[in-house]
Design a protein around this ligand. Structure first.
Ligand code: NHR
Length: 203
């Protein structure tokens, strides 16, 4: 994600990742940031009250004047105040075909339910957890002998395709959120996002 987006051509302009922030010190994303010569930032969350943490996070984000906040594996629930401050400017990728399987343990839950299709969802972040308007989903098959690790890998491959694509839409001003709907090129997107029931090819 970091490499892809950082190098991505956006018409005349390149996207610039201005900060990579984690609430945990030992995560791979920070190493990836270092490798891409982006300063890694840790704001430790242990033992800090939610509102206090969100205020620290917000102060750090504002220093960098980011146009878009991209959650990637960020597992702390964000306060309503924080989310509303960045409403329409913050996206998340969730490893399920939302509204199915909000929260955690999504791959095992899809297996246990006997699903034959699973996937990932990119959505705008709203105060209610995993419930913001869907922008784009990617589907993968779920085979009867899959372990949750098999499924995690298959979904992750798709995550790496769709998340930079959505970021690019946003950063080229094609994508906005209005009235709790995702709008692409002036068109409100359907409930399950852009690729709802149509096949698209990434190129
Ligand atoms: N915050 C808000 N307000 N809205 C969303 O849609 C959010 C969010 C924060 C994170 C990512 C989400 C995911 O895709 C995300 C979306 C954490 C949990 C969770 O339950 C659920 C979903 C997501 C992230 N977390 C732990 C829990 O037991 C930890 C809680 C904490 O420490 O804050 O609740 O995966």
């Amino acid at each position: 994600m970091i490499d892809k987006l950082h190098k991505q051509q956006l018409g005349e302009q390149k996207a610039e990742i201005v900060a990579v922030i984690s609430n945990k010190a030992d995560v791979y994303g920070l190493q990836r940031a270092k490798d891409a010569e982006i300063a890694p930032i840790v704001i430790a969350s242990k033992g800090i009250k939610r509102e206090e943490y969100d205020a620290l996070l917000s102060a750090e984000i504002d220093k960098h004047q980011a146009d878009l906040i991209i959650l990637a594996g960020f597992m702390r629930i964000l306060s309503t105040e924080f989310v509303n401050k960045y409403l329409g400017k913050m996206i998340n990728i969730h490893p399920s075909l939302l509204p199915k399987y909000t929260g955690i343990n999504t791959h095992q839950r899809a297996i246990d339910a006997g699903d034959t299709v699973h996937g990932a969802t990119v959505h705008f972040v709203t105060p209610e957890l995993d419930s913001g308007p869907t922008i784009l989903q990617a589907k993968v098959p779920l085979f009867s002998d899959d372990t949750s690790e098999d499924l995690r890998e298959r979904v992750l491959t798709q995550e790496h395709l769709i998340y930079p694509l959505v970021a690019q839409w946003f950063l080229t001003n094609r994508l906005t959120m209005d009235n709790n709907k995702a709008i692409l090129d002036g068109n409100p997107l359907p409930e399950n996002g852009y690729a709802d029931e149509i096949n698209i090819t990434y190129c």
